[in-house]
Design a protein around this ligand. Structure first.
Ligand code: PMP
Length: 403
């Protein structure tokens, strides 16, 4: 008898399952809006020019294939942290930010959760926004956390339910709970707090002694500006919060499969930072020993070369702007051309790669079966999957599904 005879079949991944169905569909009009990866105006994956140039510089320097240290390429983490916290950040200048390279954003979250599970001196309870990125729950649960939710999305307004958020953080979450915050371009809703609301959330976290754990998977991708998108992180730091931060370069540099990210923690001073750094190594070493080098070299080359950095900023803005243009186009076709029933303003006001359309599960199923249009069952669409060639067909299909 096989050792695995009683292993139950698990459910398919809610996002990768959409891609499989899309691949199996032979209709030429098919559209995949499930996957959270940027596509250019022709619907093709996009390798940034600054990335190609960085790779040619790296190749010319003929690097060896030696192991990186446990916490990765030190120059890369230094530059990644500078990008997030800002050059003028006080803890950066003090040398009190502990940081490590990570296997993209997912790995950063996992290192952070594992470190907190071992060293956070309070109950291991994390509050996630409702809804949140689907992988947050298993990442924290598998790291030993109890996972709870705080109010975030209001289905009635398709906007932020700020009252529920405040009530949950002020009264329902016990003191010292960990609170996961999407730094910008909330996934899946595309709804971010305003700067004033962020300031209130920061005050609540202080009053209730909540520990802010930021997930910044889209810096630059929301507004087109990396510093504007870092507002929440920098505000919390300026208010004296000891934050944790997971960074990803998957989206903003288009380095998805290269798995480039960073995890960082604010500490009291350089001496404490050294102790925390030593424990980060002890968390990471038995997980994967040390991270891959190529992606970190690419990101570091871009972040440390003035010309490539400027080119990168304009390419990030180009991606963000194309998505914003698609939002306006889709809104105009639905509202003005097709007079589709319903209110579609949220398509324009939502931020980042995704739009939470408000389409119901049955409508998403009908769109897949009848119109060959694929999205996740919660009605989330990746705006980056839309382009001049397919947006009218998509809008007409939505119109058909809601009438
Ligand atoms: N956090 C959020 C909110 C995300 O949307 C993603 C990507 N889908 C990630 C983290 C991590 O992605 P990666 O591991 O590819 O950097």
């Amino acid at each position: 008898i096989s050792a695995w005879s009683s292993v139950p079949a698990g459910p398919p991944d809610p996002i990768l399952g959409v891609t499989e169905a899309f691949k199996a569909d032979k209709d030429p009009r098919k559209i995949n809006l499930g996957v959270g990866a940027y596509r250019d105006g022709q619907g093709k994956p996009y390798v940034l020019d600054c990335v190609k140039k960085a790779e040619s510089f790296i190749e010319a320097s003929k690097p060896d294939k030696e192991y990186l240290p446990i916490t990765g390429l030190a120059e890369f983490t230094k530059n990644a942290v500078k990008l997030a916290y800002g050059v003028d950040s006080a803890p950066l200048k003090d040398g009190s930010i502990a940081a490590t390279q990570s296997i993209s954003g997912t790995g950063a979250l996992r290192i952070g959760a594992a470190f907190l599970a071992r060293h956070y001196p309070h109950a291991k309870v994390v509050y996630l926004p409702d809804p949140s990125w689907g992988n947050h729950t298993p990442i924290f649960r598998d790291s030993g956390f109890e996972v709870r939710k705080y109010g975030y999305f209001d289905p009635a307004t398709l906007g932020l339910n700020f009252e529920a958020l405040k009530a949950d953080l002020l009264t329902n979450a016990p003191e010292h709970s960990v609170v996961l915050l999407h730094a910008c371009a909330h996934n899946p809703t595309g709804i971010d707090p305003t700067p004033e609301q962020w300031a209130e959330i920061s005050d609540i976290c202080k009053e209730r002694k909540l520990f802010p754990f930021f997930d910044m998977a889209y810096q630059g991708f929301a507004s087109g500006s990396t510093s504007r998108d870092a507002f929440a992180v920098r505000h919390f730091v300026s208010q004296g919060h000891q934050i944790a931060l997971a960074q990803s370069f998957a989206k903003n540099m288009g380095l998805y499969g290269e798995r480039v990210g960073a995890f960082s923690l604010l500490t009291a001073d350089p001496e404490e930072k050294a102790r925390v750094d030593s424990q980060l190594k002890i968390v990471i070493r038995p997980m994967y020993s040390n991270p891959p080098s190529h992606g970190a070299r690419i990101a570091n080359t871009i972040l440390s070369n003035e010309e490539l950095y400027a080119e990168w900023e304009s390419e990030v803005k180009g991606m963000a702007d194309r998505i914003i243009t698609m939002r306006e186009k889709l809104y105009n076709i639905l509202t003005n051309d097709l007079k589709t029933p319903g209110e579609w303003g949220h398509i324009k006001s939502q931020i980042g790669m995704f739009s939470f359309t408000g389409l119901k599960k049955e409508q998403t199923v009908a769109l897949a079966n009848k119109a060959h249009v694929y999205m996740t069952a919660d009605g989330r669409i990746s705006m980056a999957g839309l382009n001049g060639n397919n947006i009218t067909y998509f809008a007409e299909s939505v119109d058909g599904a809601v009438r």
